[in-house]
Ligand binder design. Structure first.
Ligand code: EPZ
Length: 456
């Protein structure tokens, strides 16, 4: 249910005003990857020594994750934005409370390291959110196979190692689905286990490779990271390290899509081009010229042709770019079919885009987009991270101005989003406004409490 009452309680809302018919030009810097930084913060729990993380983006999810770590005794010094110091030398037992875990899904990544380090962990059971159920049975099954006892009680997951060594035991785990989070949880649980662990049907995302690179710097023995069969030889302890977070491939892809949608020419860096192959392929298919030079990608678009996409685990087309790419297809010539296969409720942007004059039919997570000549700016409220990015992109291409709310979602995953767009020439401004958005668009998948949880 859209929580209308929140508007009455807090009449002033931050919103972004966008004047349409934007054209972008120039170059912007891509920030560190949210979905890497979050798991690397959790991994720092695995050593008593200092961990230095560079290129950590300043996002609300990152700030929340830091608060979660501080709540169990982790020392974090982030005065130097370029390099934050994390020390978990003085961890204390404790339940990671609902109110903190209810902030972000990524908090659940702590269960593996805490179990390995303290022999026990207790975290609030993550619920669903507005893009889907966000299940965790693969995490829990894998931890049990490693020798943990798992109990779910009063909304908490209580994990404990009962053997007298208080140490998990390596084994062969076959995931039922290539879950990114489950792969990360089980790698972090296995690095200090006794003996060898093989994780089959592992997820292959670049953020997992980044995690394994940092863990190996700390003394872990992980091989075949980034393949669907990861091998971990357990060690007795891990040292500190210094590690730089990889560039955010989803932020990079969002800006490439925004440039294509506005028929612009921009350059983005730093990026790791191989992390974006599936998107680059689709952008070329739809008519963009792409050039790659070292860690920079340039895009130039003069026409947009409808192309079909189907989301899939890496290296397939990323689910996190499905909504932004849909916004690109709105004014394409011809039809495009957009199929979401990863999350069951990740089409919250469709109604909003149709209110702007798009022509999209949606059935069973398959959106059929017929290109239109024009879009009209509207007052709209995004309901999850990537859907809100999608309506911003559509607003850039609309004939007139839009006012977009739901910035709490945007701020979770995009650092200085509107400043970067403004630097590229967009006529965009963040402001405080009265409650303006049309919030009747769609009933959300979960209650507002769940929505706040594991938001995307
Ligand atoms: C990570 O979420 C990312 N989040 C997501 O990014 C991303 O969309 C997703 O991976 C897929 O790439 C972070 O890394 C913090 P999953 P995660 O476990 O780990 C089902 C964004 O926008 N599943 O791979 O939660 C699950 O229900 C966010 O930045 C099970 O069925 O993703 C979902 O349908 C959104 N059982 C699918 O797998 C399980 O035990 C993918 O989930 C676990 C997952």
């Amino acid at each position: 249910m859209i929580c209308e009452n929140e508007n009455k309680l807090n009449p002033k809302f931050e919103s972004i005003k966008i004047n349409g018919r934007c054209s972008l030009q120039g170059r912007i810097k891509i920030s560190g990857a949210k979905n890497s930084a979050l798991v690397l913060l959790a991994a720092s729990l695995l050593t008593k020594d200092n961990v230095y993380l560079k290129n950590v983006p300043d996002l609300s999810d990152i700030r929340k994750m830091k608060n979660i770590l501080k709540s169990i005794g982790v020392k974090i010094d982030d005065k130097d934005r370029e390099k934050i110091l994390i020390n978990s030398g003085n961890l204390h037992f404790g339940n990671i409370a609902h109110n903190l875990v209810n902030e972000i899904r990524a908090s659940f990544f702590c269960i593996g390291p805490l179990l390995s380090k303290l022999g026990q962990a207790s975290l609030a059971l993550p619920g669903g959110c507005n893009i889907g159920e966000r299940r965790i049975e693969e995490h829990l099954k894998g931890l049990q196979q490693l020798g943990a006892t798992i109990e779910e009680k009063d909304g908490f997951v209580n994990a404990r190692i009962n053997n007298n060594k208080k140490r998990l035991k390596g084994t062969h785990i076959r995931l039922g689905c290539p879950s990114v989070g489950a792969t990360e949880t089980l790698i972090m649980a296995a690095v200090l286990a006794e003996g060898k662990t093989i994780i089959s049907n592992a997820a292959r995302e670049p953020e997992i490779q980044d995690l394994c690179e940092m863990l190996n710097k700390m003394g872990a023995k992980i091989t075949k990271a980034g393949t669907s069969e990861v091998c971990i030889e357990g060690v007795n302890y891990l040292n500190g390290c210094s590690h730089e977070v990889i560039p955010d491939r989803i932020e990079a892809g969002t800006f490439l899509i925004a440039a294509a949608a506005t028929l612009s020419c921009i350059t983005i860096s730093p990026v790791i081009p191989s992390h974006l192959n599936s998107l680059l392929q689709k952008l070329k298919e739809s008519g963009s010229d792409i050039s790659i030079k070292d860690d920079a990608i340039s895009i130039k678009t003069e026409t947009i042709k409808g192309v079909n996409i189907e989301t899939a685990p890496f290296p397939g087309f990323p689910t996190d770019l499905q909504a932004p790419f849909t916004a690109l297809m709105l004014k394409a010539t011809g039809k495009s079919i957009i199929k979401e296969t990863i999350f069951e409720n990740r089409m919250n942007h469709i109604d909003l885009l149709n209110k702007m004059g798009a022509s999209i039919k949606l059935e069973n997570n398959i959106a059929t987009v017929s290109g239109v000549k024009k879009l009209s700016g509207r007052n709209l409220k995004g309901s999850d991270l990537r859907s809100t990015a999608a309506i911003v992109i559509a607003a850039l291409t609309a004939d007139n101005s839009s006012l977009i709310e739901g910035l709490e979602h945007l701020d979770r995953g995009y650092e200085d989003f509107e400043f970067k767009l403004k630097k590229l020439g967009a006529n965009i401004k963040r402001d405080l406004t009265e409650n303006i958005a049309d919030t009747s668009h769609k009933q959300n998948f979960f209650t507002s409490d769940a929505q706040n949880f594991y938001a995307a």
